[in-house]
Structure formats: C-alpha cells, structure tokens
Design a protein around this ligand. Structure first.
Ligand code: ADP
Length: 393
C-alpha cells in the first residue's frame, strides 16, 4: 500500500511468483468526486466515482472490490500488508514490522516529512483496523540510502545546529533505486555486489543515485525530495540564498517559497508543462520555452551523471527508470550525448525501440552498459515485506 494525503495506491501480489493479482488507485479521498479504479489481473478495469470520505472508507471500498474478485481482505491467504513509508530517518535502515513504538517513531519524523508521513500513518492505522491480526510492515523510501557515507550524507553546515534539527541528506525513492540497481546487475548477468551502477529515477519526482556493489553511496535528494535534479514541479539544486533573497527582497513567506519551489518550479515553472510528452511535442513544434526547459533538465542530469561517475570511479551501468526514464527516448539520448569519452553512448535504434522489460540501449561492446530498467516499487515493497514476515515465521 502506498497512502498519500488524498489517495491510496494498492496492489495484491502472489509471493509464490510475484504475480500481480490486482492493482488499483483511490483518488481524491475526502472530496465529493472521489474515484476508485480497480484492475484485476487479466481483466478490464472497473472505475467508480463515489464520495469516499476518508482512508477507512477507501480501504473498505478496496476490500469490496477485491472481494468481488474472490480476493477479499479477510482471506486467510493474506500474509501481510506492506506499506510505503516515505521518511524513516536514520533509525530505519530496513523494512520493519510495525508496532506502537514504530508508529511513534514515524510520527516523530513528521517535521522532516510533513506531507508524506502523516498520510502513510493513516494508511497503516486504517489497514490495522481492518485486519488487526495481520503483520503490517513499513518499507522506507530512505532505507536504501542509509548506507551513504557521512561525507555524502552531511551538509557542510554547523554540526551542532544540523544535529539538533536532524538536518542531513536522507534521500528518497530508495525502494526504486534498490530494485533497479539489482535488476540492472541481473540484466548484465552479474551479482549486485560486483557491479557499480548510476540509477536515474526520472518520474514526476526525480532522483539519481550512485550504487557501489549494491550499496548506495550517494543520492541526489536530501533532507527532503526538493534537492537534486530538475523535476516536474520541483526546482532541485539552487543556491540556498535564493530563499533569503525571495524573503527579503520579494517579500515572500517561508510557506509561499515552499510552495513555489516544490509545486511551481522545475519543468512546470520553466515552461508551464510538467509532462515530458507535452514538452517534447512543443519542442518539436519549435517552442522556445519548452526547448529551454528541456535543456535545463538535461544539463542538470548530465552534471549528476558526471558527479556520480567521479564518486564511483568505475561505472558498469547507467540505468534509466520511472515514467520519463522508461519512456522518453529523447531524454536518454540527450543525457548521454557527448559522453563517449566516459564510455557512455546509446544506440539510437535500440533507444527508440519500445519494449517491456529491462533492456540494454548501449551499442554492442560499450564500456558502460546503458539500460532501461522499469521500476516496480510495489513488487519490491511486497518482496521485502514477505521476506521479513517469512523470516519471523
Ligand atoms: P510519479 O510516480 O513520480 O508520479 P511516474 O514515474 O509515473 O511519476 O512518471 C510520470 C511522468 O512520466 C509524467 O509526468 C511524464 O512526464 C512522464 N511520462 C510518462 N509517459 C511518458 C511517455 N510516453 N513519454 C515521455 N514521458 C512520459
């Protein structure tokens, strides 16, 4: 389960083979125009527009849909519920069975994840009321990044101030970076321990990570998901003094700047669109603002590829994933253009070809493999959850 403030995404997976039995999404919870979209495996989706007041009503509606397919939440075969939890701080380095103490710690982290952790908590509490007997497991977005060395995790600010307020780089999208870096090693026919990978998770939110032998050594998001790459609506890196300038000279409040940088910046701020398909269409029509937005996006991406190349020293693969990374061949081509000296290149035919699973797009014999590796955060959450529950008997 992936519970947002007004949405719940869910999947039911058969852990014998990882098969997806059903998936769905409840949107606009608490509004009059809520919508539930439920897709049983191999069958047509069912969409319903009905008012869904809160997360409990949402989960009950999901349970009803699952029951209609003979997959009710009351099934004795249901082994556990795995929850995506965005912020696990420094303490949660692994998936964790949820109890009162774990809930309290997730709650204690709300100041560093004010949008996400409260919604994640609501999802957990609600699932618990529906099946109090089931293990609920928290899988943290930050966990994969807890292996970052202090040199990468610490900001160069006063140590006492930073520690007093838990200011450090945590990183996000960890479930995806973990899954994709492993799947990339598999694609190369090698063990994750033997492979160094740069992962570019390019969705609406976007982050890069440097993974050495299966362990994250750096990632582009920081205290919050605002740092790093240019994203759909987030600025990513900039001089922090921009904020003081906007306060002092622009007369803006902290909340206004928060909204500006998180919701009205990045691609949407630069050109009015955050969907890469639309931006590419505009670029092809000669739209200059869209072209500049695309160039800024690519420039930042290149800087991170170069930075993580240097951090890793030796790179075996560069993996593109998430909505943009998996689909936008123009982004992949532009991001590695001119990096031949680093052993990086794409074969334009392979890059343009559509495909389903993980695939190589670098020319045969390339020094560094460039790959498209579709992410599957839900499968990863379920796999980690099931492994933990099975281990605990
Ligand atoms: P998130 O989970 O962060 O919301 P996704 O990983 O689903 O994001 O990515 C969503 C983004 O992927 C869209 O905003 C759009 O920019 C991009 N995208 C999706 N499909 C395509 C496509 N066919 N071509 C280019 N970009 C695409």
């Amino acid at each position: 389960m992936n519970s947002g403030s007004s949405s719940v995404k869910y999947q039911l997976l058969d852990m014998r083979d990882g098969a997806r039995l059903a998936m769905g999404l409840v949107e606009r919870i608490g509004e009059r125009t809520s919508r539930l979209k439920h897709t049983p495996a191999g069958r047509e989706s069912r969409e319903r527009d009905e008012p869904i007041a809160d997360h409990e009503a949402a989960l009950k509606a999901v349970a009803r849909e699952l029951a209609a397919d003979g997959l009710g939440l009351d099934s004795p075969e249901l082994a556990a519920i795995g929850h995506r939890v965005v912020h696990g701080g420094r303490r949660f380095t692994e998936p964790t069975v949820i109890d009162e103490a774990v809930l309290a710690e997730i709650e204690r982290l709300i100041p560093v994840a004010p949008l996400h952790n409260p919604a994640n908590l609501t999802g957990i509490r609600t699932a618990h009321t529906l099946r109090p007997d089931l293990p609920q497991v928290a899988v943290f977005d930050t966990a994969f990044h807890t292996t970052m060395p202090e040199s990468a995790a610490r900001y160069a600010i006063d140590v006492e101030t930073a520690d007093a307020h838990r200011v450090r780089r945590y990183g996000f999208h960890g479930t995806s970076h973990a899954y994709v870096s492993r799947a990339t090693a598999e694609l190369l026919g090698r063990r994750p321990e033997d492979v160094n990978v740069i992962v570019l998770h390019l969705g609406n939110g976007a982050s890069a990570s440097a993974v050495r032998g299966g362990r994250c050594v750096d990632t582009s998001m920081g205290l919050t998901p605002l740092e790093g790459l240019v994203m759909g609506t987030r600025s990513g890196d900039m001089d922090p003094a921009v904020i003081f300038h906007l306060m002092r000279v622009g007369g803006m409040s902290a909340d206004e700047i928060d909204t500006l940088l998180n919701k009205k910046s990045g691609l949407i701020g630069l050109c009015g669109d955050n969907d890469m398909r639309e931006i590419r269409r505009r670029v092809d029509e000669g739209d200059e603002r869209a072209a500049l937005a695309f160039d800024i996006y690519i420039h930042r991406l290149k800087k991170y590829i170069g930075a993580y190349y240097a951090v890793l020293g030796r790179v075996d693969a560069l993996a593109f994933t998430a909505g943009v990374g998996e689909n936008a061949s123009a982004v992949r081509e532009a991001a590695v253009a001119g990096l031949e000296q680093l052993g990086l290149a794409v074969d334009s035919g392979l890059n343009a070809a559509r495909g389903e699973g993980p695939r190589l797009i670098s020319p045969a014999g390339a020094r560094v493999a460039v790959a498209v590796v579709p992410t599957d955060e839900e499968l990863e959450i379920a796999t980690q959850t099931y492994a933990l529950v099975a281990k605990n008997g």
